[in-house]
Design a protein around this ligand. Sequence first.
Ligand code: ATP
Length: 355
Amino acid sequence: MTEINISDMLTNYDKKNLTITTVCSHSSLQIFNGARKEGFKTLGIAVGEIKRFYDAFPLGKPDEFFIVDNYKDILRYTDELSEKNVIIIPHGSFVEYLGAKNFLTLDLPTFGNRKVLLWESDRRKERKWLEEAGLTMPQEIKNPEDINQPVIVKYHGAKGGKGFFIAKTYDEFQRRIEKNKKFTIQEFVMGTRYYLHYFYSPIQDNAYKLSKGSLQLLSMDRRDETTIDEVQRLGSIAELEELGIHPTFVVTGNIPIVMRESLLPKVFEMGAAVVEKSIDLFGGVIGSFCLETVVTEELEFKVFEISARIVAGTNPYISGSPYSELIQPDLSTGRRIAQEIKYASKKDLLGEILS
Ligand code: ATP
């Protein structure tokens, strides 16, 4: 990875005139709305044309659009963008559209620690990080012939659960697998899913204290995935599978949720351990991150994935969640990001939270 030097990037910046910038998709309405609430200017990078639906949401619309022909063009316009003092807020679609390699070398100040991408995008490294932090992940089945329980087969690089399938036997696996694609087989964890939205600040000590900085829990959601979440309206999965209709895991939306309060200490222990380990491994997962979990009937958490930036599951909480209301009224993840940038800018600590 080419080293990007954040102080070089900020040299010519007018720190009193920062512009919160992201790609118009994913959680951009929330990011622009949160930035606006904290008094920032906002810039939306859009491909091809201004998206008309932003006019329908004046409080989520960026002050200005920056139109590019395709996402990769962002790399060509870094000079123009840095003249506008942009701070990039990456979200899942931003990284995907730009491409991981390009994102790592993008010559613009970016919220969070970009090095995390090398750990979350490689399933082996991700497992090392989370397991060394003491979290329990679903068991991995190395040899498909060993399948003797329901498993989920995940293709590498597939986004939003695309193409994933469930198999209960080796035979079923063989019938469904696309042989030319790389895959991982995981135990299918039975339980209820919770996607936990944390915020780690390395520069503020006013929340759950860590060796450096502190941790907040801003919200949680459950993803709505088609067709698995509704398929039973047509009949049992077994019945449908006999007809060749298999459930799929494509994310279509997010549902707000809260968890029984007695589980919250564990939620904080897990988040804290993930942050502490990340500090050892690559200097820390900074800002928003999400642990994707299943809680079993023994009330144990199994963590199947980490997303190391704002997730779309925070979108139901533009005006706050049952958790963020206990921190400050009207606090979304987008707004919390803007607050962190504002605080760091005031204290001359931008180098601690940008990369
Ligand atoms: P993204 O990158 O958007 O988070 P992804 O393509 O990496 O998604 P996962 O999040 O790993 O995919 O999984 C997609 C969905 O499959 C999950 O939201 C969950 O519903 C289900 N799932 C994943 N792993 C397991 C598991 N081990 N047991 C039960 N369900 C699982």
